[in-house]
Design a binder for this molecule. Structure first.
Ligand code: SAH
Ligand code: SF4
Length: 362
């Protein structure tokens, strides 16, 4: 087991069977976390990037069986923030010292391309780096988001087990989701994806596939979250996902994709006391405090317990600074573009200029 961890740390590559062995066996998990921590330090450094999260609508046309925002959940008070509310929150984020904002929502058709473009442009004019997490869109829409200034997009694949996806995401299509990730990449945004860990019916073998999938799509950011059953969903009686297994999937992702950004997710903090600090010491380098206005925060209930976790207050940056210093880390002073995105952008520039030179030579 130790040899496998050593191999992953040196080569950033493991076979599916090797990943399964490491996921199934807990003997060397501490070694795994320490190796992921070293790789994190070597490739992305000691800085932690903060992203201010604005959850601007909990209305969703989809019906994902695991999610409290699913359209059939009639037990939830629905809200959508006005453009003005979103910008007010963005300004609070500015005052608190955030350099990146993440705008997340259910798939709410009210936020047409025209409305989204207006919001993106206004937020960019405040000087933020901007990540969107608003679900499946057409390539034209992704391109328009990019042109309006959006820098990054988060769309978790949730699971690479297509059969499980079909069961848990009724009316959706795994291949469409994968095609969305390709489109996000092709329009020039940083590509963020990730998976849930502990879905009912999910196997260790499929988690190994998930990690290999992240490498295959050449992701720039990956968020891993344990599944937490929501009482108003069809999965209410399912077993809660394991924090420890999610941490292992995250650590292995860091070993195989050494220069990407990896958040210590809110779901991890919800499940385990100090979960985010543990994640930061096992490969993570990003935290996303919630800056959504208090009046609606409780209604963005992807899973129970979430709204009390990770909420930004006036003193958030100072509090985090102290927490991070205690583990020898510091808050980043820049906007935290994924080093992997920078490297692959440079590579594609080089390729373009090489082919242009060749064309000139011919
Ligand atoms: N609607 C967008 C963004 C909001 S959902 C989308 O689906 O992409 C954001 C993430 O919440 C999802 O990708 C999913 O992985 C996570 N999530 C939903 N329900 C969850 C649950 N019960 N436990 C843990 N994470 C959950
Ligand atoms: Fe909607 Fe996203 Fe929840 Fe699915 S996971 S129901 S798309 S908010």
């Amino acid at each position: 087991m130790k040899n496998l961890i050593y191999k992953a740390e040196q080569t950033h590559s493991l076979s599916k069977d090797e990943l399964i062995l490491l996921l199934e066996n807990d003997d060397c998990s501490e070694d795994l976390f320490q190796a992921a921590d070293r790789v994190r330090q070597k490739f992305v450094g000691d800085e932690i990037h903060l992203r201010g999260l604005i959850e601007f609508s909990n209305i969703c046309k989809n019906n994902c069986c695991y999610c409290g925002l699913r359209r059939d959940n009639s037990n939830l008070k629905r809200y959508r923030l006005s453009v003005q509310d979103i910008l007010e929150t963005a300004n609070i984020g500015k005052r608190l010292g955030f350099q990146t904002l993440v705008l997340q929502s259910g798939e709410d058709l009210h936020f047409s391309l025209a409305v989204m473009t207006e919001i993106i442009k206004a937020i960019k004019s405040l000087g933020f780096s901007l990540t969107l997490s608003v679900g499946e869109k057409s390539k034209e829409e992704y391109l328009a988001y990019r042109k309006a200034g959006a820098d990054r997009f988060l769309l978790r694949i949730e699971t690479t087990d297509k059969k499980l996806y079909q069961e848990l995401d009724p009316g959706m299509d795994w291949n469409v989701r994968k095609a969305c990730l390709d489109d996000i990449k092709s329009v020039g945004m940083e590509v963020g994806s990730g998976c849930l860990v502990g879905l009912p019916g999910q196997t260790i073998s499929s988690l190994a596939d998930d990690i290999l999938f992240f490498k295959q799509i050449d992701a720039d950011m990956i968020g891993i979250g344990p599944f937490i059953p929501h009482p108003d969903t069809p999965l209410k009686d399912a077993k809660v996902g394991s924090f420890f297994l999610a941490l292992k999937v995250m650590a292995l992702t860091r070993l195989l994709l050494p220069d990407i950004n990896i958040p210590a997710t809110t779901a991890m903090e919800t499940l385990a006391p100090n979960g985010q600090i543990k994640a930061l010491q096992a490969g993570a380098n990003v935290i996303m405090p919630n800056i959504t206005q208090k009046s609606v925060r409780q209604f963005y209930q992807l899973y129970p317990g979430k709204s009390e976790t990770n909420c930004a207050c006036e003193n958030i940056v100072n509090e985090l600074k102290q927490k991070f210093e205690a583990i020898g880390r510091r808050i980043s002073q820049n906007c935290g573009t994924s080093p992997h995105f920078i490297a692959r952008s440079l590579k594609s520039l080089e390729n373009t200029s090489t082919s242009e030179n060749k064309a000139l030579e011919n």
